[in-house]
Design a protein around this ligand. Structure first.
Ligand code: SF4
Ligand code: MSK
Length: 653
């Protein structure tokens, strides 16, 4: 008789209490979630270590992962060629995702300027002028529309430029840019870079892992300093640059007596339109007539993060909770656009009679209702979704179970706001941050970002890692699903300073900031690049991004986008630790190249650890190594930024 395997306990699958409750309910309801499938489907060890090539029909070729140099593919490709090609194609896919998203935002910007889109407008003209000036577009005495149109044409080059450097490299610290130029990796337009990477990783083309890595870096840089950065800047210009806002998060934000609509995906356009539509008195009245107190818009995943930073919109959870939220039975409609949308959401939604609506022609799901979002008339799509949700509210049939849990935190730390927070309205500057790093109160800065993954206990590594870092006086910047993990755990409020080491806690109390600063969606990692560049520009911490006492980590990553992000940080000069798994074969030259040689060549480098304490240890060791090189490894005593200090610092900035 075969032995039945007991499913894992919900508490072993997630740190998120709401998700754990919903896993239990789903099992009672006979609904399968991705946690169960991850448990049942063991990862293929050959694919996991990137030792498989299926780039032509002479294969697929599997190289023995235990002795990687025993065999080569039918064409003779070595493990280093195969692993580099596979890694490169992950970066190409991740870059394509971010840059296509960024291009859609840029097209919206163009149509707002030329009057074809009238439901949105330019909310932050100051940022528009700042971005234009950073790209050397003349602004003096010019009207907003003509500067905006010049900016559009300049930024379009980020995607389409065939030769020459993309515009945003003007923001790269000169020494870092010099390194890229010497290595021949300054990106041209993303389309060109992705095309060349796909070509070079095809059968029989580039078969030198070091040469492939150069194109991998060049493509990733076209993402971080290109497509992603444009997306963030344009979103700020159109919808407003985030400033801190208190937000309620977790599944308890759903309301039994309201029409609950979950908006999940990555493009902020739909959610911005939904906010306008949900305030429409006609739709509000329709909801009231259906017996609902109100229309409750709730974000999930990255579009939710994007919009909550601007409007304080409640957020229900991250990637690993998108099925679980449907299990509450309280969701009257779920809309999705692009990226990180699980196909089985449709099946789970059907089980709970929740309308499941795709809204972007790029991302349809078999069987789902599709209501195309037309940027020129976004309210049409938004209205239709709200009406569907009201209809579902009226005919709710199934019992509802909403987890009671909520947490409050502060989010919306744009680079612009951090400058203001540290230096005030007239002296906005990163100088106090650099000064506190130099005097040792803050040891360094860490970016903790990225996904959650059912092969790793949801949120656990994010939370443990961040706690460890702040305890060691490391300021943490966050984006993406990682930010939501910490928000649910209550670590994004000023109260979290109690968990910080004495130096960081003192700075947090003086400035009035939490030790964990949420900066937005995964595409907003570009804000971290700009923050790091600002640290170089202010001075005292070296000449290039590679000199800074900083490190990055994606402890529970799952998406190809995360690999692209990791690679653009590494190519920019940052030490990046990934958790849970890493898609290369151990003991190969390609592994050594990524994990060691790149740093010797003046870039950052990759590292891997499966335990969050070990991730923290690696990051702290790297930060301390950089401090030593900078000659700031010993704390210098200094009275923390009073007004006199601030004035003297500004005079030297
Ligand atoms: Fe095998 Fe080479 Fe074809 Fe890859 S490209 S499948 S290694 S023969
Ligand atoms: S949504 S890419 S799971 S961060 Fe941006 Fe989250 Fe990762 Fe998707």
């Amino acid at each position: 008789m075969s032995k039945t395997i007991e499913p894992k306990k919900p508490q072993d699958l997630t740190m998120c209490e709401s998700t754990a409750q919903m896993i239990t309910k789903a099992r009672k309801d006979g609904v399968e979630l991705f946690f169960d499938r991850a448990d049942a489907m063991k990862p293929c060890p050959i694919g996991e270590s990137s030792a498989c090539c299926k780039h032509c029909s002479m294969g697929p070729c599997r190289l023995n992962v235990n002795s990687p140099y025993d065999r080569v593919g039918v064409c003779g490709a070595t493990i280093d060629t195969i692993a580099a090609r596979n890694f490169g194609r992950m970066v190409a896919a991740g870059t394509a995702a971010h840059t296509d998203h960024g291009m859609a935002m840029l097209e919206l910007f163009r149509d707002v300027i030329n009057g074809k889109v009238i439901d949105f407008s330019i909310k932050d003209p100051i940022k528009l002028f700042e971005v234009a000036e950073s790209l050397e577009i003349p602004t003096e005495g010019r009207d907003l529309k003509s500067v905006a149109m010049d900016l559009y044409h300049e930024l379009e080059r980020t995607y389409t430029q065939v030769e020459g450097e993309i515009p945003m490299v003007k923001r790269v610290p000169p020494k870092t840019l010099e390194r890229w130029r010497a290595a021949g990796i300054v990106p041209r337009g993303a389309m060109r870079e992705i095309m060349e990477l796909m070509h070079r990783t095809a059968m029989g083309v580039d078969q030198d892992y070091e040469n492939i890595t150069k194109q991998i870096s060049r493509t990733a840089l076209a993402d971080g300093w290109g497509g992603s950065m444009v997306s963030t800047d344009i979103s700020d210009i159109l919808f407003g640059t985030p400033t801190p806002v208190e937000v309620e998060v977790d599944m308890g934000v759903l309301k039994e007596d309201q029409v609950n609509i979950i908006v999940h995906g990555h493009e902020p356009i739909l959610l911005e339109a939904m906010i306008i539509a949900a305030a429409d008195p006609t739709l509000k009245e329709m909801a009231h007539n259906a017996g609902a107190k109100d229309i409750n818009l709730v974000g999930m995943c990255c579009s939710g993060l994007d919009v909550m930073s601007r409007h304080g919109l409640p957020h229900a959870g991250n990637f690993s909770s998108t099925e679980a939220v449907l299990v509450t039975g309280a969701v009257d409609a779920m809309t999705v656009d692009i990226q990180c949308i699980k196909q089985d959401l449709k099946k789970v939604a059907d089980h709970y009679d929740t309308p499941f609506i795709t809204t972007n022609y790029r991302a349809m799901i078999e069987g789902a209702t599709h209501i195309q979002l037309d940027e020129r008339d976004p309210l049409k799509c938004a209205d239709e979704i709200i009406i569907k949700a009201i209809t579902r509210f009226k005919s709710r049939r199934n019992p509802i179970q909403i987890p009671r849990k909520t947490a409050r935190g502060i989010h919306g730390f744009s680079v612009e706001y951090i400058k203001y927070m540290l230096g005030g309205a007239f002296r906005g500057s990163f100088t106090p941050l650099n000064e506190n790093i130099i005097n040792g109160r803050i040891r360094g800065v860490a970016g903790v970002v990225g996904c959650t993954n059912p092969r790793s206990k949801q949120d656990a590594s994010h939370i443990e890692l961040v706690k460890e870092l702040i305890k060691n006086d490391i300021l943490v910047l966050q984006t993406g699903c990682s930010q939501m993990a910490l928000a649910k755990a209550g670590l994004t409020g000023p109260g979290a300073a109690a968990l910080a080491g004495p130096g960081l806690a003192e700075v947090c109390e003086t400035v009035g900031m939490p030790p964990v600063l949420g900066m937005g969606a995964c595409v907003d990692n570009s804000r971290i690049l700009i923050a790091a560049s600002e640290m170089v520009r202010i001075g005292g911490l070296g000449d290039s991004l590679a000199d800074l006492p900083v490190a990055g980590c994606a402890p529970e990553w799952m998406s190809e986008k995360a690999i692209a992000i990791g690679q653009y940080f590494v190519a920019s000069g940052v030490y990046v630790v990934f958790g849970h798994t890493f898609p290369i074969t151990k003991g190969t030259k390609f592994e050594k190249h990524l994990f060691d040689d790149l740093e010797k060549l003046g870039f950052g480098k990759w590292a891997f650890a499966s335990d969050p304490k070990e991730m923290a240890r690696l990051m702290i060791a790297h930060i301390e190594k950089k401090r030593k090189i900078l000659g700031i490894d010993k704390s210098r005593d200094r009275v923390l930024i009073d007004m006199a200090d601030r004035r003297s610092l500004d005079a030297t900035a």
